[in-house]
Design a protein. Structure first.
Length: 405
């Protein structure tokens, strides 16, 4: 990353007594030149104990990151969509161990008839890539996307392995909700109506027209693809090799749609306004932390059933052929739309934790064991697959503070 010094006076927010070290580390990230703009918020036992923001919303104009600044969080959006699916499950829309084709008959095409909802949501379905070329027009049309994903053939025998469904998962989740929701809403509409509005959260999957661009942090990614070449040491070597080789599962996963391969495209209104339920959530960071806090404490505000909460907290089931992610080429664990703690990627305090990370370094999660949650997001994109050091130091310090209370 380019170094970008930020004056300490540009760091704002507050921490509750006992969490002062989190603020120190947040400031330290800026003083080391690792941030342009960022925010970190955390909850403990239903109470907001950390709420920090600072730096620049826009590196070019030097417009400051304000208290109400919104930021695009890439695949941290998957956790938001996963919580929407959890609410749909709690409402009785579908069962996790039922076949997807029961709710969505045309999904059964091309050897997908026996895939369960649990397998689909846990990245085990082999549907990480889409063969049909996609452009902005198709991405913004749920009916066109439905055809593209329901005709897709799995890249491996479903259930045998798992691999990161980086962009595709959100579309499958959205169509599952469209098929089972009595109002046939997309996942973005469902989330807005059933979660965001009732809880007063500013979290969008598909940006409304009345939210102005000047409130949104612009991603700072000059020469991002070029800089990736000089940061390959931060990625697992098998991933780099597979990413560069045409025709591999990894390459196929990330090669379509092409419009999503350039980070600066996410700064455009055209891309912000469509629903990419796995990749373009635009949020207030504290609101993501609040939402995870509700689930970390049992989900009562949303009337989440005990059965659903138990399913979210349950340790991830290991695929038949092990935990190696066929896309990212590292050992990970997934369950019901979320990452779960693993040897290669530890977060939270035990296996009950669940959350998702996003390209560049963002992360949000719930830790039911301590009834805590947090979210971190930034606009200076980093080069780590799941564990950005900026986020990790904040999370580790947060949990250390809880332990010391």
């Amino acid at each position: 990353m380019f170094k970008f010094k930020i004056n300490k006076s540009m760091i704002h927010g507050s921490v509750e007594p006992g969490f002062e070290e989190v603020k120190e580390e947040f400031i330290n990230n800026f003083e080391k030149g690792e941030e342009v703009g960022a925010a970190f918020s955390a909850y403990y036992k239903g109470k907001k104990v950390v709420d920090l923001w600072g730096g620049y919303r826009d590196a070019k104009t030097k417009d400051p990151w304000k208290e109400d600044t919104l930021v695009l969080v890439f695949s941290t959006t998957k956790g938001i969509s996963g919580l929407a699916c959890a609410l749909a499950h709690s409402k009785g829309y579908f069962e996790y161990d039922e076949k997807v084709s029961k709710y969505w008959p045309k999904f059964a095409q091309n050897d997908k008839d026996n895939i369960t909802v649990r397998q689909l949501l846990s990245h085990k379905a082999g549907l990480c890539a889409i063969d049909e070329p996609l452009d902005i027009d198709k991405l913004g049309d749920p009916d066109k996307m439905k055809i593209a994903i329901e005709t897709q053939k799995p890249l491996w025998e479903p259930g045998k392995m798992h691999g990161y469904h980086g962009i595709t998962l959100g579309w499958y989740e959205s169509e599952l909700i469209r098929k089972t929701d009595p109002q046939h809403r997309t996942i973005g509409q469902f989330f807005r109506d059933e979660i965001a509005k009732p809880l007063g959260l500013e979290i969008y999957i598909g940006l409304p027209d009345d939210v102005p661009d000047h409130r949104i942090a612009n991603l700072y990614s000059p020469f991002y693809k070029f800089r990736m070449i000089f940061n390959t040491d931060k990625y697992p070597k098998p991933f780099v090799k597979a990413f560069m080789k045409k025709g591999t599962i990894t390459n196929r996963t990330f090669s379509n749609p092409k419009v999503l391969q350039t980070a600066k495209n996410y700064n455009t209104r055209e891309l912000r306004k469509i629903e990419l339920p796995a990749a373009n959530g635009i949020v207030q960071v504290r609101d993501v932390a609040k939402l995870y806090s509700i689930f970390a404490s049992g989900g009562k505000e949303l009337n989440i059933k005990t059965e659903t909460m138990n399913a979210l907290m349950k340790p991830a089931a290991v695929p038949d052929l092990g935990t190696l992610d066929q896309v990212l080429q590292i050992n990970l664990r997934y369950s019901l739309g979320f990452l779960k703690p693993s040897v290669d990627f530890h977060f939270g305090t035990d296996e009950k934790a669940f959350g998702t990370s996003g390209t560049g370094g963002s992360f949000g999660c719930a830790d039911p064991n301590t009834q805590s949650s947090y979210c971190y997001a930034m606009n200076n994109l980093g080069f780590y697959i799941v564990a950005d050091p900026r986020e990790k130091i904040l999370a580790d310090t947060f949990f250390k503070c809880i332990k010391n209370l």
